[in-house]
Write a protein that binds this ligand. Sequence first.
Ligand code: NAG
Ligand code: NAG
Ligand code: NAG
Ligand code: NAG
Ligand code: NAG
Ligand code: NAG
Ligand code: NAG
Length: 457
Amino acid sequence: MYLYASLVLALSALGLGATTPNRRSISSGPNTGASRFSRDDVSIAEAPLSHQLVLGRERRPAGVGRRLPAHIARQLGGSEVINTIYSGVYPTANVTWGDTPKAGGGGDGGQKFTCFVDTGSADTWVVSRQFQCVNVKTGKPQNQSQCGFGPGLDTGLASFVNLTDQEFSVGYFPENVEVQGSFGLAPITVGGVTVPRQQVALVESAAWNGDGITSGLMGLAYPAITSSSNRTTGFGVQYDPWFTTAVKQGLVQEAVFTLALDRVPPGTPVSADAGMAAFGGLVPESYYKSPFTSVPIEPETVGGSEVFAFYSVMTKLVYRTGNGSMASAGEFRAIVDSGTAPNFVPISAAEDLNAQFRPPAVYNVSLGFWTVPCDATAPYAAFVLGDVEMAMDPRDMIVRSLNGLPGYENVCFSAFNGTEAYGGTFSGIIGEVWQRSYVVAYDQGRSMMHFAQRMPY
Ligand SMILES: *[C@@H]1O[C@H](CO)[C@@H](O)[C@H](O)[C@H]1NC(C)=O
Ligand SMILES: *[C@@H]1O[C@H](CO)[C@@H](O)[C@H](O)[C@H]1NC(C)=O
Ligand SMILES: *[C@@H]1O[C@H](CO)[C@@H](O)[C@H](O)[C@H]1NC(C)=O
Ligand SMILES: *[C@@H]1O[C@H](CO)[C@@H](O)[C@H](O)[C@H]1NC(C)=O
Ligand SMILES: *[C@@H]1O[C@H](CO)[C@@H](O)[C@H](O)[C@H]1NC(C)=O
Ligand SMILES: *[C@@H]1O[C@H](CO)[C@@H](O)[C@H](O)[C@H]1NC(C)=O
Ligand SMILES: *[C@@H]1O[C@H](CO)[C@@H](O)[C@H](O)[C@H]1NC(C)=O
């Protein structure tokens, strides 16, 4: 999930005084061989067991194509119909709101929610029990159950303190869903890490297509793309997301978290594990083949300042054409996003790569994605990161629609879709389909991303 409203909010927040992060220059050093990293100046330990957690996974059901709100469409330089029929399987984790029970009594007991783990956005939120559901297509109020959330937060929860002058509002790409609500402070526990007073949002109005299990989302990106605005002035109010607070308060040993997202074939029981997350370090060594390849996180340039926002990296897409030669789409910027299933690449590259399937993938205008027969043969394709060619697993090149919408069970999609440049900047997405073959360490401390091949599973 890539929050499109953030572009707007980040700009207004930055207008109030942005700081330029120090860019580290990354030069490669000799490999000592002993390290888990190609660079000998990078060393990250496994996260303590208490800060590792097994991920679940949920399907994102289908949405219906809808135009972006006009003010956002203007920011993005056009309006387009987008559609979420290409629903992937996204990682989830249990997030506890409120005080967890104390040994000697006390604490409000907390409430536990299944939430998406999203590195493409920064806000952590759950839906309120009293929320208003609105139709994704028409914006008309409808029955709560039609939004498909899991259980909502009981606002009577003693430890939720309303930050009454801040408003939450965000929309997500490519799902094209939107939520609005209030901000507050609450103790938030994930993977054994409790931030005692974390700014989080409570959703009071939602245009959403849920799965009946997930109640919210946990955003793991940078403060610059948090989605708070002042109710009085309308200006953006930047705040520290959960992981940033955990780092600042020394609750994790390093400013690094790591995700290993499993490939979950259709038909896998909902109760099955779907990967691993670790806060403050790496997942266990059994998940990956050393070494990790490191690349810098690219800051966004806003009003002449550089600011970290997304987990953006420079990459190249390479693929094999029908005559056996390799083609490259050149270098472009892309965000690594655990909450978006497909890869989004420049349109010309998507068109050429999709023509290399046998039979070729075809663009389906009403679905908004490239479809391909489920038994087609996929071409070789890889993202190049830090000079290392990191291939897609052939099993992930053709993605069966997982949304369970009757009539769509046997619709298959190409792993690659096109996307345009918005506001003059092109940013692709390295999606969850690619991440199934890699362990990804998100290193805010060094402003680097680290990638290692998954052990076969
Ligand atoms: C969340 O907690 C419940 C028990 O309350 C457990 O059954 C479920 O597997 C957990 N989900 C994840 C993703 O850890
Ligand atoms: C909402 O929908 C559910 C399921 O369709 C139904 O049981 C319930 O009565 C509806 N509630 C209202 C207020 O319409
Ligand atoms: C928080 O405060 C705002 C502004 O007063 C109000 O509109 C909102 O309903 C409150 N939310 C909760 C959950 O108390
Ligand atoms: C919101 O704006 C009002 C009026 O300018 C100001 O008093 C208040 O401190 C602002 N709140 C935040 C959180 O920025
Ligand atoms: C192979 O096919 C690509 C187009 O798919 C073309 O650009 C390239 O020139 C061809 N190479 C050879 C050696 O025929
Ligand atoms: C697009 O996909 C829908 C759903 O599978 C299908 O009904 C329709 O025929 C497709 N359109 C084209 C042009 O293939
Ligand atoms: C998928 O790619 C096509 C071009 O290849 C583009 O027109 C369409 O908007 C893309 N779909 C989404 C959801 O962005």
